[in-house]
Each structure stands twice: as structure tokens, then as C-alpha cells.
Design a protein around this ligand. Sequence first.
Ligand code: 5RP
Length: 225
Amino acid sequence: MLTQQELKQQAADAALALIEPLIGPDVVIGVGTGSTADLFIDGLARFKGRLRGTVASSERSAARLAGHGLAVLDLNDVTAMPVYVDGADEIDARLHMIKGGGGALTREKIVASVAERFICIADESKLVERLGGFPLPVEVIPMARQAVARALAALGGQPRLRDGFTTDNGNVILDVAGLRIDDAPALEAAVNNLPGVVTCGLFARAGADVALLATQDGVRRLDRA
Ligand code: 5RP
């Protein structure tokens, strides 16, 4: 029986194998945040000197990449990225995701938006029939915290301030339990539209293109229909 850590490692290894043919001196790889992304970063070190560099979705990942001697580029200096590789808190069969358990959702969404393909790496426990068991992280500008919390409650959620946490962008996170997510792209747009919201952790309007989900029987690949 493989442990969750071993499953995460398998998913990270599968992503490294998938991107290996893309590696070249002009290539920039987008890198996510979290314990699964950390394993991907550690493996990416083997391509040091064979890549132009990486773009990180958090200060934490940037530090880990730099620690391996991998170049970390400013997104403003990058026009194209073939792939962005990151974990998820939940993913469904349509490859819609909830992300932001690590609080890096905004930069994750920005870096992913520049990449041609989003490869999601996770252990099989992240695959759900219906999104919403994991409270939806919402990054909010501090002065709007209460106003946004009231608006999220009006949408049927129970928002809770993530205690003692400030994002890399200087904002706060509301974790919203109890949302009924029937139409993830519509809810993503509705939440993102609330004044004071920077972005929410629904990645549905642009979900993953490929999911590599590690199971006890090997890595299962799902492609967006
Ligand atoms: C961070 C994220 C992560 O991808 C998500 O929390 C999954 O993390 P892990 O790989 O540690 O389970 O969205 O903001």
C-alpha cells in the first residue's frame, strides 16, 4: 500500500516524464505551489542548465526553485510557456478544480493563464464527483473582508477568515464552506465579480488540460474533453 506521499511522488514523476520532451534552452516552465508541486520542483532540478527558467506561483516555490539553482523569471519577462504544473485541493472529471489550500491561488491563476497547458498533479484522493467538499478559498483585499463575507453568505456559503494568514500579495483569504457548486464556471465568475475579491480558487473557466492522478494501481491520466 503506497502512502499519500509516495502517490504524490508518482504524480510528480509522471509530470516530469510528460514535460521532458519539451525541455530546451528557450523553454520556461510554470510551477505551482504545495506539497505535490514541491516534489515536482525537486525533480525539475535534473533539467538545470537545459531550460531558460521557471515562473513560480508563490514566494515559497520561488525559494525552492532557486535553492535547486533553477532560474526564476519575472512573468513580465516571459511571453510563452508550454506548460504550468500544479496540484489541486479538489478536481472533478471535467478537470474543474478547487485550489488555494496553500493560499497561492491568485498567482497560480495568473501563471496558468499564460501557459498553453495546465497539468494537474495529485493523488487520487483529490478526485471528487462534485466540487465543494473543500472550502473554497477566496483572496480578498483586507478593507473588503466583511463586505465580501456578507456577499459570500448571500450566495449560500459560510465564509471564515484564514487566521493569521497574509497572501504573497498582501491580502487575506476567506475559506468558504457549504457552497453548492452546480455550475462551477458561473460561480467562479460570480465570486470573482464581487468588489474586493482578487480571485477565487475555482479553476473552472480555465481548468486543467491534463490530470495525472496517482492511484494504488499506477498513474491515471485524464484529458479535458
Ligand atoms: C496552493 C494550491 C495547491 O495546489 C493545493 O493546495 C494542493 O496542495 P498539495 O499538493 O499540498 O495537496 O492550490 O495554493
